[in-house]
Design a protein around this ligand. Sequence first.
Ligand code: SF4
Length: 62
Amino acid sequence: MRTPVDSRLLDEAARFAFRFSCDDCAHFDADRERCSLGYPAAPRRDALERAHLELCKDFDLG
Ligand code: SF4
């Protein structure tokens, strides 16, 4: 699902320390900069700088 990145999302992301990116996911191989499940590594931390955010259903804080 594509979510518009608006001021409310940005405010709540900051207030609640929103974690959503591969960089914070247990499946992310940081040394190789890739997803260990074989998906394209997205979204990354800069995703909130774009117009829309698409979350990964397999995100896992671990
Ligand atoms: S499972 Fe999804 S969020 Fe986690 S590293 Fe892979 S693509 Fe990124």
